[in-house]
Design a protein around this ligand. Structure first.
Ligand code: FMN
Length: 149
């Protein structure tokens, strides 16, 4: 599991770094964090990732995020979307759009840089995904082996 973020003015980056730090200090989990403008998902667990992004335009998915998802949606497991309360019905709407389009949960909707509660929610979700991963991975391996045999 990896954390991939897209951030324009720094709110999402700050939140993502805080989640990564909490995972390490509170749970001993060393979860890689990447800026999606600089890296593609890779490595263990088939490049599964939690996407952390923001809302742009009039409740739209940010351009770099949209371009990234068009190529790398296979590993997407959940989304965290930032926005601002001021945008009313468009608040954090990128999260709803991504969740709907790719069939993944909206793990949290953040106002700007989010709160301590948001952080705790996201940390718990990532932790759960990591705990559950060995089960789903071993069944995937079994399937592969059967196909080879
Ligand atoms: C041009 C522009 C359009 C925005 N549109 C929305 C919007 O439709 N809905 C929303 O909730 N927030 C909107 N926002 C607010 C950002 O999503 C919010 O500030 C977010 O925390 C930015 O994340 P970042 O600091 O990581 O770039 C917009 C911000 C800008 C600059």
């Amino acid at each position: 599991m990896q954390l991939l973020y897209d951030s324009m003015t720094g709110n999402v980056q700050r939140f993502a770094r805080a989640v990564q730090a909490d995972l390490l200090t509170q749970h001993g989990l060393d979860v890689p964090l990447y800026n999606l403008r600089q890296a593609a998902p890779s490595g263990e667990a088939g490049g599964h990732y939690l996407l952390l992004t923001y809302t742009f335009g009039q409740g739209e998915i940010a351009p770099f995020t949209a371009a990234f998802l068009a190529q790398h949606s296979a590993g997407l497991r959940g989304v965290v979307a930032s926005g601002s309360f001021h945008w009313g019905e468009h608040f954090g709407r990128a999260g709803d759009l991504i969740a709907q389009q790719y069939g993944v949960p909206l793990v949290a909707r953040l106002n700007k840089g989010g709160t301590q509660q948001d952080r705790a929610k996201v940390v718990a979700w990532v932790r759960q995904m990591i705990t559950d991963a060995p089960k789903s991975m071993s069944s995937a391996y079994q399937q592969d082996n059967q196909e080879v045999a």
